[in-house]
Write a protein that binds this ligand. Structure first.
Ligand SMILES: *Cc1c(COP(=O)(O)O)cnc(C)c1O
Length: 359
């Protein structure tokens, strides 16, 4: 007889795992919005020092990392949550906030982890379609908030569409969310956003105790493999709640050490952003030359509809055969679209050449 699992297990979707983890090293991995640059030498050394003491459990309160983040963002450490990646904080938020009868509101297509929150908790997911420009329709989202709403998530810039809404719209939206409803603004890509200063939203924390700014070391800091993310919060309630629902040692010692060191190298962060912006301009020009109009990207990746006569699965396969891995839109809520991470200049050329051959 097979093991009998809980009913909720059948509702939880499987995360669309990118192909290619056993492919040769010269494949262009443009499917997961990772940084093309390896971590800095000093960051690797900091992680190594932590590993040398790995017979001990890591600091369960993440005190040094919280202090470093608190100094950088001028947020009290009691209003900072750390996670085993920011997805860990997202799932913990679902567990802490949601239950059958409750509702959460988010846009669609958006980050593929959000549907897990409702499925795992038995809450109802209210999804609001993006507008014709692949952007969040914040008015339509505000209209979906009811007495049952516990959580609203805005992904800005949005994954998978790469678009961002201006800070002023986020600020106005925050005013519209009742104080007892948690508002998570998922800012995994905020450093790549040129519409506004990525840290403008920090000013909103003082006015909105229900606001949570979710950030990660996986993208601009290039530490996706270590799993560390954080949330900057308007009150102490959110960090306390996500602490309660998790195991004590959710953030490992190497991740804590690497993250603390990575924060010291903001000059390297700025250089990575610059390279991503150059890639953005070059890839957009290359796509335009193929008659493709990508969504206006404020992230480290692009999003576009394939020409009418091309078959998404065939294009993805054709690119993979040419050593370029991208993400198919079908798995992300928009069949016929592709999401492609900007890589090194050589990888971007390779992607554009390969796409030119297959469409
Ligand atoms: C990549 C990403 C994250 C980060 O996930 P980690 O668990 O921190 O690696 C969070 N939100 C969105 C929208 C993302 O695309």
């Amino acid at each position: 007889m097979a093991i009998e699992f809980s009913a909720r297990i059948r509702r939880i979707p499987s995360y669309p795992v990118a192909d290619g983890y056993s492919l040769p090293a010269d494949v262009a991995m443009l499917a997961s919005n990772e940084s093309p640059d390896p971590p800095l030498r000093q960051v690797v050394e900091a992680a190594s020092r932590a590993i040398a003491g790995a017979n001990r459990y890591p600091d369960p309160s993440n005190s040094m990392l919280k202090r470093a983040l608190g100094n950088r963002y001028e947020v009290p450490t009691s209003r900072i949550a750390i996670g085993n990646g920011s997805c860990d904080i997202l799932l913990a938020a679902g567990e802490a906030l949601l239950e059958p009868g409750a509702e959460l509101v988010y846009a669609w297509p958006s980050f593929s982890v959000y549907p897990h929150l409702a499925a795992a908790s038995g809450a109802r997911a209210i999804t609001v379609g993006l507008d014709d420009d692949h952007c969040h329709d914040l008015d339509a989202m505000a209209a979906e908030i009811t007495v049952a709403t516990r959580l609203v998530i805005v992904c800005n810039p949005n994954n998978p569409t790469s678009t961002a809404v201006p800070f002023a719209d986020i600020a106005a939206f925050a005013e519209n969310v009742p104080r007892h409803v948690a508002l998570i603004v998922d800012e995994a890509y905020c450093e790549f956003n040129l519409l506004d200063d990525p840290n403008d939203t920090l000013d909103l924390l003082a006015r909105h105790p229900n606001l949570v700014l979710l950030r990660t070391f996986s993208k601009i800091y290039g530490l996706a493999g270590l799993r560390v993310g954080f949330a900057l919060c308007g009150s102490e309630d959110f960090p306390r709640a996500v602490e309660q629902v998790r195991q004590p040692f959710y953030c490992n010692a190497a991740a804590q050490g690497a993250a603390i060191e990575a924060l010291k190298h903001q000059d390297a962060v700025a250089e990575r952003v610059e390279r991503a912006i150059v890639a953005r301009v070059e890839v957009e020009a290359g796509l335009n030359a193929l008659g493709i109009e990508p969504a206006p990207s404020q992230a480290n990746f692009c999003w576009f509809d394939l020409p009418e006569d091309s078959d998404e699965a065939q294009v993805v396969k054709g690119l993979a055969e040419r050593g370029v891995l991208v993400r198919a839109g079908a798995a992300l809520g928009r069949p016929g679209a592709l999401r492609v991470t900007y890589g090194t200049p050589a990888q971007n050329v390779r992607f554009l050449d390969a796409l030119g051959e297959v469409v």
